[in-house]
Every structure is written in structure tokens, then in C-alpha cells.
Design a protein around this ligand. Structure first.
Ligand code: PLP
Length: 428
């Protein structure tokens, strides 16, 4: 057994002064203890007990170039030797916005913030201002950040019929009064909601592929339906690409799946592990910011550290005709194929859904999952046991089942991962 003694001691110590002992609620789900890391390089991390791991958490998605990519670090250091935060303008903002406009299908103009949550907040504000309407349609099982106006539980399936859709104590119920939750991939329900409420709906917001709950793809025609209904009802189509943006293709899922939203939100991978997010979209909508009608604020918006990281990350990703994307694709392919064979050989019923370098593994008898309630039937306890065993064998996985690979993951990593996971499976 690996010793996790120092992580345990540090977690104990941190709880005296750090609320919850971690800096984001989700991080304390890691068993048997939230790990304390000392170093990351490429696809690997080392904890304070000197254990080494192959990492598939990858900072919850941002580390598309892997840990401590030397070119990225050099570019950020070079740029920030001249200043880290001006609260004024600099050229990297223009450079990054031009890159986004060039590579993201719906992007005509761009606005930067620090987190995915802030980007979603701004996108919803723009939609309400543009349409003059208040209600927002969102889907069960999708995650769009944790601010009061969008963070919900899902009454129909999760909390068993409670009237409240607030996801946490302390959340303003008032802030959610204009949110309508619709089951994902159900065309009839969406059409019915739009028929009844279309005149009050400012936007439909959706993840392109339901990365946060099983990497479920939209059923055929579903995105086209959202496109049509939003246009017909003078509402905006917001595609939340905080996970998939600049990760599954240079232009995100909208390029890969051929979707044209009015607005998109991106974060995570766009700056390779630095705090940067953006809203991009139609010029006439984004111009509400230019005209001063919609407020877009933030002390650290567009700071040098994040923007130089963003420019460097996109430059590396776009080099040699997107060769990095192709490499990530083949590594993910090989990993998913190997995992499938491994699970089959061990007689573990499972399902893997993947888009590019992000995929979801669940233990289930189902051969296909298209609806969020189906996703909820997976064997969570068994998967959690698997992640604990994997940690003991040196593979870092999220209990949620979502895996990220990066440009730093190699075919050798895949082989080593499969060897380690074979041992892990034997433990559960
Ligand atoms: N939107 C999606 C699709 C996400 O997956 C996330 C975070 O995981 C967010 C928004 C919120 O982003 P952040 O955690 O950077 O606030």
C-alpha cells in the first residue's frame, strides 16, 4: 500500500484554518484523502509522500499541454517580466481575441473573464439584454458553474420532487425564478416548453456534449432543434464550451459537431492552466458591451499572466496544422480501446463515451446512455472503489468518471496506465 501519511496530516492541519480543508467543494470527494501534490511534469504528478501518479484529472481540464509545459512556462515568464496586471490594455488581449475569432465558428467578438462561471454569467446577461426577456432554459445534468442564477439541483430526477431547485443552502431562490429545467435529449419536451414560454425565454444554454454527466452526445437533430427553436422564438442559443473549447478541436465542439450558436463560453483549456475564460459570439450581441449597455467588469480581466498563457497555449495547439490535436486523439483512442478490453477481460460491464481528449467511464449494464436519468443508474460505489484502487496503483482518476488526457500523454503512458489499472481492477 502507498503511504498517504503526509497528505493525511496536511489535510488534518488545513481543516483548522481552511474552510472544508480544500479550495473547491468537489475536491474533498477524493478517497481515501484529498492528496497534497508537490510537483507535476507532463502527464505525471508527485504527492508530498513522494508517490508518483499518471494524472487523468489534469487540473479538472485546463492542463491540455500537461503539467509544467516548458514552452508555456517560458512564454508566461517572459511576458510577465514586464508586468503581471495593468488594469489597462495590452497587445496580448488583441492577439488572443483575434485567434479566437479566427478559429471559433460563432466568434465575431470576444470578452475575457477569469472563470467559466463568470463567462456563463456574462453570456446570460447578454442574452437577457439582447432579447429583453428574462427566462433561461437549461438542461438536467448539465453544469454551468456555481453562481446563484444558474446553479440548480434537478428536481425531476435527483431530489425526488422537491419544489426547490437551489443546489446549496444559502442560494437565493429568487435568482432561480427565471430558470426552466428541461430533460436533455427530449425533443418533445423542449418544443413544448418553447411553445408555452418562448415569448419569455431569453436563451437556451447547453453543453454541446454532456461532459459533466456521462459525455452524452446530443441525439441526432437535437442541436439543430435548439438552433431552430431559439431563432423562431427570438431567443439566443448559448453553447457552453468551458470544457470542450479549444480542447476537442481548435474551434471546439462547434467546429467538430457543426453547431452554430449565437454565443459561446470557454474556459479551462484555453490558457493551459491559467485563469482565463471568455464569451464569444455574434457581433450585434457582443456590441452591447461596446455600447456600454451591458456591464462586463473584473479587476483581473485580461491580465497579462492569463493572456500570455492563452496566446502561448493556442500557438502550441495550432502549430503544424493541429498535429497536437491529432496526437491527443490517437492517444485517447488507444486508451479507451485498452480500457474497454481490460474491463471486458475482467467481466466488468461498462460504458465509455468520448469526445476527443475527454471521456467518461461508467460501470453499467446499459449499452447506450442518452438521457440523464439513465446516467444516474450507473454503479457509483463500484466506480469509487475503482478510483481508490487506481490511486493505490498510481493512476489519478476523478470519482465522477470524467477523464482528461493531454498533449503530454503518450502511448507509453497508455500502456503503463493499463498495466497499473489491471492491478487496480483485481483489487475491487
Ligand atoms: N461550464 C461548464 C460546462 C463546466 O464544466 C464548468 C466547470 O467545470 C463551468 C461552466 C464553470 O467553470 P469554472 O469552474 O471555471 O467556474
Amino acid at each position: 500500500m502507498r503511504s498517504l501519511e503526509k497528505s493525511e496530516q496536511l489535510f488534518h492541519l488545513s481543516q483548522e484554518t481552511l474552510a472544508g480543508g480544500v479550495s473547491s467543494t468537489l475536491r474533498n470527494v477524493m478517497k481515501p484523502v484529498p492528496l497534497y501534490l508537490e510537483k507535476g511534469k507532463g502527464s505525471r504528478v508527485w504527492d508530498v509522500d513522494q508517490n508518483e501518479y499518471i494524472d487523468y484529472i489534469m487540473g479538472y481540464g485546463p492542463l491540455i499541454l500537461g503539467h509544467s509545459n516548458s514552452e508555456l512556462l517560458e512564454e508566461v515568464s517572459r511576458a510577465t517580466l514586464n508586468g503581471q496586471q495593468f488594469g489597462m490594455q495590452h497587445k496580448a488581449e488583441i492577439e488572443m481575441s483575434r485567434m479566437i475569432v479566427n478559429q471559433v465558428p460563432c466568434a465575431e467578438k470576444v470578452a475575457f473573464s477569469g472563470s467559466g462561471t463568470e463567462a456563463v454569467m456574462l453570456a446570460l446577461r447578454l442574452a437577457r439584454a439582447f432579447t429583453g426577456k428574462q427566462k433561461i432554459v437549461r438542461f438536467e445534468g448539465h453544469y454551468h458553474g456555481w453562481y446563484d442564477g444558474i446553479y440548480t439541483s434537478f428536481p425531476a430526477t435527483v431530489s425526488g420532487g422537491s419544489d426547490s431547485i437551489a443546489a446549496t443552502q444559502g442560494q437565493s431562490e429568487q435568482a432561480l425564478k427565471d430558470i426552466l429545467i428541461v430533460p436533455w435529449n427530449d425533443a418533445q419536451k423542449l418544443e413544448a416548453v418553447m411553445k408555452e414560454h418562448g415569448h419569455e425565454i431569453a436563451a437556451i444554454i447547453t453543453e454541446p456534449v454532456l461532459c459533466n454527466s456521462g459525455c452524452i452526445y446530443p441525439v441526432e437533430g437535437y442541436m439543430e432543434l435548439i438552433r431552430r427553436l431559439t431563432t423562431e422564438h427570438h431567443a439566443l442559443f448559448i453553447l457552453d464550451e468551458v470544457i470542450t473549447g479549444c480542447r476537442v478541436a481548435a474551434g471546439g465542439s462547434q467546429e467538430r459537431l457543426g453547431i452554430l450558436p449565437d454565443l459561446t463560453t470557454m474556459g479551462k483549456a484555453i490558457a493551459g492552466g491559467y485563469a482565463l475564460s471568455l464569451v464569444a459570439g455574434r457581433r450585434d450581441v457582443m456590441d452591447l458591451i461596446s455600447s456600454g449597455k451591458v456591464a462586463h467588469l473584473g479587476t483581473l480581466n485580461g491580465n497579462m499572466v492569463a493572456l500570455s498563457a492563452g496566446v502561448a497555449t493556442l500557438n502550441i495547439l495550432n502549430r503544424n496544422d493541429g498535429e497536437v490535436f491529432k496526437r491527443m486523439e490517437s492517444v485517447s483512442d488507444a486508451l479507451v480501446e485498452g480500457l474497454g478490453k481490460l474491463m471486458d477481460a475482467k467481466g466488468l460491464p461498462h460504458l465509455i463515451n468520448r469526445i476527443g481528449s475527454v471521456f467518461h467511464l461508467m460501470f453499467t449494464e446499459l449499452k447506450e446512455v442518452q438521457q440523464y436519468p439513465q446516467f444516474l443508474t450507473r454503479d457509483v460505489a463500484q466506480y469509487t472503489a475503482f478510483t481508490e484502487a487506481a490511486l493505490q496503483e498510481g493512476v489519478l482518476l476523478r470519482p465522477s468518471g470524467l477523464w482528461y488526457t493531454s498533449a503530454a500523454h503518450s502511448m507509453e503512458d497508455v500502456e503503463e496506465t493499463l498495466r497499473r489499472l489491471e492491478k487496480a481492477i483485481n483489487r475491487i
